[in-house]
Write a protein that binds this ligand. Structure first.
Ligand code: C5P
Length: 334
């Protein structure tokens, strides 16, 4: 399946959901939608049928976790609902995930995509140790659960976009990563902690980004959706075929601080330059939050943020304008 943007329809009722979907009636591209527990439990299967009838693809995010036989039967019901993607908790074990896949598989051998939740982002390492008696780190747990998911024959996992590279490394490029926690560079982070932009999520290897409030709460949700698609898929469309260009391209290291307004502007200019110039979308920009990664920042000679190094050479230090960002990105192509 192709990479795509999935809108999280976190609405409380069918009425609110359809008022939102009506905004997209004129759109050629029918958005892929995520329906979660709140809406599904409020409205039941009829909302899934109605949204399917309108031509949208659906990720039904119910995170099943029970004994294998129960999960298998529940999955058979979801399969008949004709959803396009659904999920389980990887903590339910390989046996449960295999049962889910069997239940989901229709008589003709087809089935919706099936992915697993690894470790919920709300679970800290401290809680894992104290309450669940799991001594491994979060990253080790995520990789182990992803490997279990692959062994059970599922298609991928839900994870943070910042973990997508690690999961692909462990489970292969074909194994899907479905990633919430995406924000526009100039947007409000709200309650998400580890966020990244659509373009960066694509670079790190996300296959599907799940985006809620940056689209649903935007003053113009259709424009926000289009922007998200352009930033996320734009990078993929313009990625050069493996060969000369990709091989010789330099990496741009972007040193920033999370709370620095000039850095946030710089992020926005990067995304805008990429959206306006497809050849720049292929440039790899490696963001380095200097307070998170002091050992990396210490190896580079600069004082102010934002600072850009291209191929190891300082290209710009301090507040930056849009045309200067474009110049920096172009240096990576030289
Ligand atoms: O509004 P926002 O973009 O934060 O919505 C993200 C969606 O992804 C929500 O439906 C949220 O429940 C879901 N999600 C998440 N983090 C996870 C798993 C799911 O934000 N770890």
């Amino acid at each position: 399946m192709n990479r795509d943007v999935i809108i999280a329809c976190d609405f409380k009722s069918a009425e609110d959901t359809f008022a939102f979907l009506d905004l997209f009636r004129g759109e050629e591209r029918k958005p892929f939608l995520k329906i979660g527990m709140e809406l599904y439990y409020a409205e039941g299967p009829s909302i899934v049928r109605e949204i399917k009838r309108r031509g949208h693809r659906i990720f039904l995010d119910l995170k099943l976790h029970d004994i294998p036989n129960t999960v298998k039967k529940a999955m058979a019901v979801l399969s008949r609902l004709d959803v396009d993607m659904c999920n389980v908790h990887a903590a339910g074990t390989i046996e449960m995930m295999k049962a889910a896949r069997e239940g989901l598989t229709r008589e003709d051998g087809t089935r919706p995509l099936l992915i697993a939740v690894t470790q919920l982002t709300s679970t800290s390492e401290e809680r894992m140790r104290r309450e669940l008696l799991i001594g491994a780190s979060i990253d080790e747990t995520i990789v182990k659960y992803a490997r279990n998911t692959k062994e059970a024959g599922l298609d991928g996992v839900v994870c943070s976009p910042l973990e997508a590279g690690m999961v692909h490394e462990a489970c292969g490029a074909e194994f899907l990563t479905v990633t919430p926690g995406v924000r526009f560079a100039d947007g409000d982070v709200a309650d998400q902690v580890r966020v990244t932009t659509p373009a960066r999520a694509r670079e790190i290897g996300s296959d599907f980004i799940v985006v809620g409030r940056p689209i649903t709460a935007a003053s113009d949700p259709v424009a926000a959706y289009r922007r998200c698609v352009a930033e996320f898929l734009g990078a993929s469309r313009s990625r050069p075929p493996a060969g000369k260009i990709a091989f010789h391209m330099k990496t741009v290291k972007f040193f920033y601080q999370r709370n620095c307004p000039f850095c946030r502007k710089a992020m926005r200019y990067i995304d805008e330059a990429r959206a306006a110039h497809p050849e720049l979308a292929a440039v790899t920009v490696e963001p380095i939050e200097e307070t998170d990664e002091p050992e990396v920042a210490d190896r580079f000679d600069y004082y102010y943020v934002p600072t850009f190094f291209v191929g190891g050479v300082k290209a710009h230090e301090g507040g930056i304008l849009p045309d200067e960002v474009e110049r920096v990105l172009r240096m990576a192509l030289e």
